[in-house]
Design a protein around this ligand. Structure first.
Ligand code: CMC
Length: 428
């Protein structure tokens, strides 16, 4: 028998069903509350509101658990590849060897983009932030594949759209960088795997040979796995809510890219490096910056710290911290900001302010240090996050469509003027 909860308001009591997830999480279903009582619930930032039922990703912020389709992030990061993980997220199961071959071949076949994309790219000034360019290029796919605008197509047609965007995203990302660098774009090399192909498009120049370093390609692959999905975060919720209006997959994902851009979300990886650089230039006095982060009159926050759901540790940050040490050692990079980062982390973990508020390093605290060691420029960091998050956005959009979810449309508590007479202009 399912549980029930009661809301008592004035002299009436309202019975509300309690739904339970597969990991015993419980939620009060308030969908009929307003009809019965006239009451809505209010929860700015959706801090305690479940927006959907989802079978894709489970996380327990108190215990520091993250699983995609039941598999732990630790196992996936160690044993899987980004392409396999993308299949797992989107289709629910790890692929068999045959399924993986077909899937990889299909993605490889679609890496090239329409030549006219270059004309769109040329329209951007070279100081355009690559995140803005990326989201525009993703939206432009609707012009090249107009049938994709209809989200009610057959599953085969949706699969084709999925393959196309997975295949073209690295090309778009590398071209967004080339636009910024003012260099000619490189075409995909279909002899290479997903990450190696991206790296070659990013770094190869007509003037010199470029060989992809497998250490760099493997590190990138792991980072993408760690970013691949994170249940109903800001950008994913954006993708689902845009898609709930029956907007197409490409534009829903483009909206997700824009939501990711902000420094409180995916943009934090860029902000972390900028912060660590600023601390280094300022003489490396971490205590001074800790004090700024704690000062309520100072808007500064310790970037890469804190998380809406992780209140113990972020399991991705643990994996990334170790990967940062390995990658820097393998590549022989000695980055002074790694020491500043470790110093800050140690201090924060001992500091009453951070301990009380359960603020721990998140995925973005060390990822920027690895990206920097791999030679990725700072304003491309969030683009890397977007490539990683793409399978999650696709999986969540697809699930939302398959569940036939209603249009997302929250309510509000109005705090403006009540009705007032319209004044003539000389009386305002
Ligand atoms: N530095 C200093 N104080 C902080 C920080 C921080 N990084 N994060 C939270 N706090 C304080 C905040 O001021 C508040 O204090 P008080 O209770 O005294 O008012 C308390 O901790 C709770 O913070 P909140 O803003 O209510 O928490 P939230 O769940 O709304 O915000 C967050 C989560 C990630 C936006 C926030 O921790 C933050 O701004 N962190 C820095 C940006 C960052 O690293 N973002 C990347 C998140 S991980 C990548 C991703 O998945 O997007």
């Amino acid at each position: 028998m399912s549980d029930t909860a009661f809301i008592k308001y004035k002299d009436q009591s309202y019975e509300l069903p309690v739904v339970e997830g597969n990991e015993n999480e419980k939620a009060i279903d308030i969908s009929k509350l307003r009809g019965e009582s006239g009451l809505i619930t209010i929860d700015p930032g959706f801090k305690n509101t479940g927006s959907t039922r989802s079978a894709i990703t489970f996380l327990d912020g108190e215990k520091g658990i993250l699983r995609y389709r039941g598999y732990s992030i630790e196992d996936l990061a160690e044993k899987s590849s980004f392409i396999e993980v993308s299949y797992l997220l989107i289709y629910g199961e790890l692929p068999t060897a045959d399924q993986l071959k077909i899937y990889k071949d299909e993605i490889t076949k679609h890496t090239l983009v329409h030549e006219d994309i270059k004309k769109i790219l040329e329209g951007f000034p070279s100081n355009a932030h690559p995140m803005g360019v990326l989201s525009s290029l993703v939206t432009s796919l609707t012009a090249f594949y107009p049938k994709s605008l209809d989200p009610n197509r057959s599953s085969e047609a949706v699969d084709k759209s999925i393959i196309r965007i997975l295949a073209k995203m690295p090309t778009f990302a590398a071209w967004a960088f080339k636009n910024e660098a003012g260099h000619p774009v490189n075409y995909p090399d279909n002899k290479l795997d997903y990450c190696s192909n991206f790296l070659k498009m990013m770094f190869s120049l007509p003037t010199e040979d470029y060989e992809v370093d497998p250490v760099v390609a493997n590190a990138l692959d792991k980072l993408l796995i760690l970013h691949a999905d994170h249940e109903q975060n800001c950008s994913t919720s954006t993708v689902r809510i845009v898609g709930s209006s029956q907007a197409s997959m490409y534009v829903s994902i483009s909206a997700g890219i824009n939501a990711l851009w902000g420094p409180l979300h995916g943009g934090a990886n860029q902000a972390v490096i900028e912060m660590l650089e600023a601390i280094r230039k300022d003489g490396g006095d971490t205590k001074k910056w800790m004090a700024k982060a704690k000062d309520k009159n100072d808007p500064f926050r310790l970037m890469g710290f804190g998380h809406r759901v992780y209140k113990n540790f972020d399991p991705r940050a643990k994996i990334i911290k170790k990967a940062a040490d390995d990658v820097l050692e393998k590549l022989g990079v000695n980055d002074p900001i790694l020491d500043i980062a470790k110093g800050l982390e140690e201090e924060a973990l001992r500091d009453q302010y951070f301990v009380e508020r359960k603020l721990y390093p998140n995925v973005d605290f060390y990822s920027g240090i690895i990206y920097r060691a791999l030679g990725i420029p700072v304003d491309m960091f969030t683009v890397m996050f977007a490539i990683g998050r793409l399978p999650g956005w696709i999986a969540q959009w697809k699930e939302m469509r398959e569940n036939n979810e209603p249009i997302g449309r929250p309510r509000q508590v109005y705090t403006g003027h009540t009705q007032r007479p319209y004044p003539e202009i000389n009386k305002r």
